[in-house]
Write a protein that binds this ligand. Sequence first.
Ligand code: A3D
Length: 320
Amino acid sequence: MARPKIALIGAGQIGGTLAHLAAIKELGDVVLFDIADGVPQGKALDIAESGPSEGFDAGLKGTNDYADIAGADVCIVTAGVPRKPGMSRDDLLGINLKVMKSVGEGIRDNAPNAFVICITNPLDAMVWALQQYSGLPAEKVVGMAGVLDSARFRHFLSLEFNVSMKDVTAFVLGGHGDTMVPLTRYSTVGGIPLPDLVHMGWTTQDKLDAIVQRTRDGGAEIVGLLKTGSAFYAPATSAIEMAEAYLKDQKRLLPCAAWVDGALGLKGLYVGVPTVIGAGGIERVVDIKLDKPEQEMFDKSVGAVRGLVEACKAIDNSLA
Ligand code: A3D
């Protein structure tokens, strides 16, 4: 059976890391696409030359021609610009919306059967625009944010409790922005929910609140340190986790920016929710029940996402 084909649209910091991870994990043959001449070609060659030491079998090709992504099984989109210190994700909207138009059309014309994972910010609005411009079925177009935000939350919790990250599960829902909703009630250490751990004296409510806030600010913390761009290692690993769930029909339960039409009281919106990813793409949106404070936080986050979608429509009135 032929190897799956993975197209990476955008060969910058995240795109290059995605290519390296996909090759090392032998998820398939990788095509790196970018508008910058030489960058995707150079990165593809450099990664291919790491193959003999690493011992992977994966083809790597860099290109500036959409025709080379033809028939891709997975497309991961990072094309656009990242933020700099002092910028919010929302400041990127105007520039990255134009990028989503060209990328969406490139995917529509060359890889209409792909499972498409968007990473470009502002995430929830960009994945919506990408689905609109590409015309692919909504269950095949998804945004990566919740896996990363949850991974950050898990990392901070494992440091606080001094336990393995493997035993920490965590859930972050809502839009990928300042209003994201880390759900402590649904986050556990070895199956014990975080509020119980507060009662058991493992941590205090104040410390837990500070970890929740650090999670919300996780992207900005890294932008502030790097000064020249945003996080790329953990965002790439998170998207690879989603791509692997699709390619191997793993039925993983992962929080993703998915099209929600009915669940969680929402009608027609891309926003971070628990999903099941398998060979069908987004096979299920998990309709979890939120308590009153959680619902209020989620509603606020949904409001912020709706505002960004309206801003996109104001820029391009071809968007429905
Ligand atoms: P960067 O290293 O600048 O790479 C972006 C690449 O996109 C560059 O190589 C550009 O040449 C290329 N590009 C620009 N326009 C086009 C186009 N029209 N077609 C194809 N390629 C194009 O950025 P990065 O890799 O660090 O980040 C990429 C995106 O991911 C940014 O929008 C970030 O804000 C976003 N991001 C999202 C998360 C989430 O958790 C959602 C996390 C980190 C970064």
